[in-house]
Design a protein around this ligand. Sequence first.
Ligand SMILES: CC(C)(COP(=O)(O)OP(=O)(O)OC[C@H]1O[C@@H](n2cnc3c(N)ncnc32)[C@H](O)[C@@H]1OP(=O)(O)O)[C@@H](O)C(=O)NCCC(=O)NCCS
Length: 158
Amino acid sequence: MSIVTLRPITRANLLECLNMQLGEEQKRLIAPNASSLAEAYVDKNLYPWAIYDQKERGWEKPNSNMVGFTMYQLDSGVGFVLRLMIDERYQGKGYGEAAMREVIRKMKLCPAVEMIGTSHHMDNQVASALYKKIGFVPWDIGWAKKYETEVYLRLKED
Ligand SMILES: CC(C)(COP(=O)(O)OP(=O)(O)OC[C@H]1O[C@@H](n2cnc3c(N)ncnc32)[C@H](O)[C@@H]1OP(=O)(O)O)[C@@H](O)C(=O)NCCC(=O)NCCS
């Protein structure tokens, strides 16, 4: 079973989501969670999630800190992981990999999803290695060419 559980962002945990922190050099690699939640408010294809340790599974109100945030998009046959961040206090413990695998599992349950995609900034070596390990390969999609600093990936199915 996954070491993370994904839970909705609600009035109860909104501030915690907004207050999570990244390392100084990581902030340029991902949009702030406030921007992601604003985008999700106006775009019903976006699904934001709070990431908690698996010990919160089955509890209506989590007792421990949120460890991260993720958001995916379901559009045009593609389940696309738009955001993944783990608070700097909880990085390096396996939560990022587990959360990515959990959003992939969730997206695959949706009948409209024909393939899984994601992207990262070209300087983001940690994300690059993590996504490769999970099974992502380069995705040659025409519209991506205008985003020159972003690397686009798709999940290679066996
Ligand atoms: C990318 C990110 C989500 C990874 O989360 P994490 O919980 O630290 O990752 P994990 O503990 O699951 O580790 C995943 C892999 O990354 C590696 N890793 C994690 N932090 C690292 C670091 N600071 N330096 C080098 N490697 C690192 C781990 O070694 C692991 O690889 P391994 O299993 O082969 O050893 C996190 O670093 C983060 O939030 N970064 C800033 C935002 C970002 O870049 N998001 C992704 C692109 S949108």
